[in-house]
Design a protein around this ligand. Structure first.
Ligand SMILES: [Fe+2]
Length: 134
């Protein structure tokens, strides 16, 4: 089990919250796949979905930030970029070393921890800003 979306992670913007829930659910699906003994194919399929989804999600947030000239945009964007690059590194490891439960769990936990941290600070601040404008 990775971090879970709970009400205290709500940023107060429905579109953003819905996508955050989906990311948590997919990280859980990743763990479920590997727990069930899912092979390389199944696990990489979930990872590919997650990667695309996260990229789209970040883009959505960044579009809002740019549209409303959010002053914290550069700092926020750096966190997104760093996450994506960490994610690629871990995926690369999975591609090189094969899908091991250890690596998959590490990836899922990394996503969960990062999300809780990032949503709790960066996205909540963004949510508070957007709520006054949307
Ligand atoms: Fe964000």
């Amino acid at each position: 089990m990775t971090g879970k979306w709970t009400e205290d992670l709500s940023v107060g913007v429905e579109e953003i919250d819905a996508q955050h829930k989906e990311v948590f659910a997919t990280a859980d699906a990743l763990l479920a796949a590997v727990e069930k003994g899912g092979g390389h194919g199944e696990v990489t399929k979930v990872i590919a979905f997650l990667e695309r989804y996260v990229e789209n999600h970040f883009q959505m947030e960044e579009t809002y930030m740019k549209r409303f000239h959010y002053p914290e945009y550069p700092r926020h964007k750096i966190e997104h970029t760093t996450f994506i690059s960490d994610f690629y590194d871990l995926r690369q490891e999975l591609d090189n070393d094969g899908v091991t439960p250890e690596l998959t769990v590490r990836l899922a936990n990394r996503i969960g921890d990062w999300l809780v941290d990032h949503i709790g600070q960066m996205d909540k601040a963004l949510g508070a800003f957007l709520r006054k404008r949307l």
